[in-house]
Design a protein around this ligand. Structure first.
Ligand code: NDP
Length: 309
């Protein structure tokens, strides 16, 4: 790709790591301010670039979203009419699956109760349950969602998976479509949200959906905060209808210091880091797509802006 560049924009301080990782793929990555001839920019690797960012690059042929969730990108009105891809990286999926397994295990093994008992110097024996008697519902069976569902199933839990189109996965009881959601929620002891944010999923988990969950069930959200009606979630946690929640994502980030979620004993908050893009492993897919574009071939992991993921 001599003579052509990939332009970079990210709010994180990770340019050098991406530059080095992509160098080994033969891709020359540049910050926009370092580019002498914008016409030589053929591709862009971006995370939430400013409005109008793409305008200066009239020979752009590919936009790579620096992450798995593309909601911030597809909602814009200044996108060039070129293929848009997401990162697809087995190590990012494994990192997410590890976080989900941690959060599920924490509830399945009553860890919050032991944390509380320890603070009170109290020996508090709770006989562990057989994982086969605990049902985990995973909403969204995409690249990260499916890997997480499989990881949980591998530990012996009964896993229900829900997606837009029907899947068939060994060890996971799959269902699909809006009508099946309440059934998944009402059977699950632990619900994990792994749905992308789209016009269909925005606000999907509202008061009625929380009400359809088992009393005392636990909720884990690692995908996008706005899929949840946050006041309804807070009410369900305060009333004790939900037993607890692990929240990595919020409708507005950073979560406001005023949010009642901060001080709720049955809530664990982490600051949107369940999984991250790892340059050393994700670069391979980016390099492959840059080469495919140069050969006029279809790219991998292309997203559909109309569908929203
Ligand atoms: P994918 O885009 O690969 O898959 C999305 C899944 O959700 C698919 O199974 C899809 O169904 C399903 N889905 C989409 N819309 C609906 C709907 N209306 N009803 C039912 N199911 C639906 O996503 P990933 O698994 O790779 O990632 C999930 C999300 O995780 C990302 O969108 C991102 O927001 C978030 N994320 C969070 C991170 C964090 O650190 N917290 C890090 C990285 C990502 P179908 O299979 O039929 O298409």
């Amino acid at each position: 790709m001599t003579g052509s560049y990939m332009v970079f924009y990210s709010a994180f301080d990770d340019f050098q790591a991406w530059r080095e990782a992509l160098e080994s793929e033969g891709v020359e990555l540049c910050r926009s301010e370092d580019i002498a001839d914008a016409d030589n920019v053929r591709s862009a690797l971006v995370w939430k670039p400013p409005q109008g960012f793409f305008q200066g690059f009239r020979n752009l042929q590919l936009v790579v979203n620096l992450g798995a969730g593309v909601d911030a990108l597809v909602g814009r009105n200044d996108l060039p009419d070129v293929p848009i891809t997401r990162l697809s990286d087995p190590r990012m999926a494994r990192m997410m699956a590890g976080f989900v397994l941690f959060a599920v295990t924490r509830y399945a093994r009553d860890i919050p109760q032991f944390e509380k008992a320890q603070r009170e110097r109290r020996w508090h024996y709770i006989h562990p349950k057989d994982p086969a008697d605990i049902t985990v519902g995973v909403l969204g069976l995409g690249e990260l969602g499916l890997e997480s569902a499989r990881e949980v199933a591998r530990q012996g839990y009964r896993v229900l998976g829900w997606s837009r189109t029907q899947k068939s996965v060994e060890g996971i009881s799959c269902s699909s479509g809006p009508d099946a959601l309440v059934s998944v929620l009402s059977q699950s002891d632990i619900v994990v949200c792994m749905l992308p944010r789209t016009p269909e999923t925005d606000g999907l988990l509202d008061a009625a959906m929380f009400r359809s969950m088992k009393q005392g069930a636990f909720f884990i959200n690692v995908s996008r905060g706005s899929i949840v009606d946050e006041p309804a979630l807070i009410a369900a946690l305060q009333s004790g209808w939900l037993g607890g929640a692990t929240l990595d994502v919020f409708a507005k980030e950073p979560l406001s210091p005023d949010s009642p979620l901060w001080t709720m004993e049955n809530v664990l908050i982490t600051p949107h880091l369940a999984s991250i893009a790892l340059p050393s492993s994700a670069a391979m897919q980016i390099g492959e797509n840059v080469r495919r574009i140069a050969r006029n071939e279809a790219v991998l992991s292309r997203i559909d802006p109309k569908r929203g993921y």
